[in-house]
Design a protein. Structure first.
Length: 436
């Protein structure tokens, strides 16, 4: 996907629902100001029940706040939506508005299906990643069976359970008829979804793709299971500093929720619709690999190979990199393996590149993490700011710019990493848009 390639893929729209804000602008501003979206678990759950404490050890998470899908989606529709689908749909709406395909999103979904007149709907597709997805609905169904019997299960339960709804609901509501599917690869899901969307366009099967991911797994089942693995931070007394990526005293990740969606277009399509001013960044390359080793402990081989293959695909030299947005979840083993892989990748250019993890601010959004961090990568290029690694007090390595505070610098090429259980590794390369 070099400048000489026939097909170039542009990012023209961004949409986000996050613990730091429910729009890309609010999210980015809070991120670079060093704000943290982690707090005590509170609020309303999947069935409008009040959440107090859902785990005996872990009482913190990075929750989405002030989110109300009813402002754009009808109450009747929402009865069939899991929270993960609500996030994906609302983030998709913002991305389409940013790209200029929708003028005003206020209450538009309540009026019925939208026709995107400026796009051939059959050449417009979706790839949406998620990890847990609608899986927490299983616990709700089981509760109903235990308390009232299976005759009381809601006929809508299956629609809330299916994780592919993060893709098929936006497909229906936005009249998107091209290649549409969910992608399920644990914490690398949305990064791989973005790569898959790029490939669809390079193969000539679509002109425009919605690509990203969504997650809404702050639930007794998922928190209990991750806690049983000793993967979560238990620093309940200090929520704002509980996620400490790349620190010697890192204590585990903090679960987050939300969605990130990008509008991807071929350059030819952008130019034909007169949308060149909408271009935010360009996707230059991507790759995904596997460690083929341990279920939960990465060995680093897949990570270094994913980064190198992505750069090769992008025809970007290591010397051209300016910023790396890491997976960096604040687990001791995972952070150290990734840092070693990055040091090996950068070699003599280690002092040139800024490297940060933004999960100290957002928590770990699991299957949506790669999409949120792809948005961060695009904004870093657009705004020429490297976002910070919060809570960096005792770094695990010296001589690497881990960005304790947001910093202005030249950013033209960015690498973004997403790694997952099972040894799945994915890397994306973004760059500034340059005219041929």
């Amino acid at each position: 996907m070099s400048l000489e390639a026939k097909t170039r893929i542009m990012v023209t729209g961004l949409g986000a629902v996050t613990p730091l804000g429910n729009s890309v602008g609010e999210f980015w501003q809070n991120l670079i100001e060093g704000k943290c979206g982690i707090g005590r678990i509170s609020g309303i759950g999947l069935r409008n029940e009040v959440i107090e404490k859902i785990n005996t050890d872990v009482d913190i998470a990075a929750q989405v706040k002030g989110f109300d899908a009813k402002t754009v989606i009808s109450a009747k529709e929402l009865l069939r939506f899991h929270r993960v689908t609500e996030f994906a749909t609302v983030a998709s709406l913002e991305a389409l508005i940013t790209a200029g395909f929708i003028e005003n999103g206020t209450n538009f979904l309540k009026a019925g299906k939208l026709s995107l007149d400026s796009i051939n709907s059959k050449r417009f597709g979706i790839r949406m990643g998620t990890g847990v997805g609608g899986g927490t609905e299983i616990a709700e169904i089981e509760d109903t069976i235990i308390k009232s019997g299976d005759s009381k299960i809601s006929s809508r339960s299956m629609l809330r359970l299916l994780s592919e709804r993060t893709a098929t609901v936006p497909s229906r509501l936005f009249n998107i008829k091209g290649p549409t599917a969910g992608v399920f690869a644990a914490c690398a899901s949305s990064a791989i979804a973005i790569g898959d969307a790029v490939d669809k366009m390079l193969l000539g099967k679509a002109d425009v793709m919605l690509a990203g991911g969504s997650e809404a797994a702050i639930h007794r089942v998922s928190i209990g299971a991750f806690n049983a693995m000793r993967a979560l931070s238990r620093d309940n007394e200090n929520p704002a500093t509980a996620s400490r990526p790349f620190n010697k005293n890192a204590g585990g990740f903090v679960m987050g929720e939300g969605a990130g969606v990008l509008v991807l277009e071929t350059l030819n399509h952008v130019l034909k619709r007169g949308g060149e001013n909408r271009i935010i960044a360009e996707i230059l390359g991507h790759a995904d690999t596997a460690d083929a080793d341990d279920d939960v402990q990465p060995n680093g081989e897949g990570a270094i190979r994913a980064m190198m293959l992505a750069l090769s695909d992008a025809r970007v030299k290591v010397s051209q990199l300016d910023y790396i947005n890491t997976h960096g979840t604040a687990t001791v083993i995972g952070d150290w393996v990734e840092i070693k892989a990055i040091l090996k990748l950068l070699g003599k250019y280690v002092s040139k590149v800024s490297v940060s993890s933004t999960k100290g601010a957002t928590g770990h959004l699991l299957g949506a993490a790669g999409a949120i961090e792809a948005i961060i990568s695009c904004k870093a290029i657009q705004e020429q700011i490297a976002p910070p690694t919060l809570n960096l007090t005792d770094p695990i390595v010296e001589g690497l710019d881990l960005v304790p505070l947001a910093k202005r610098r030249s950013i033209r090429k960015v690498l973004s990493n997403s790694f997952a259980f099972g040894g799945i590794c994915a890397s994306l390369v973004f760059g500034e848009y340059l005219k041929e």
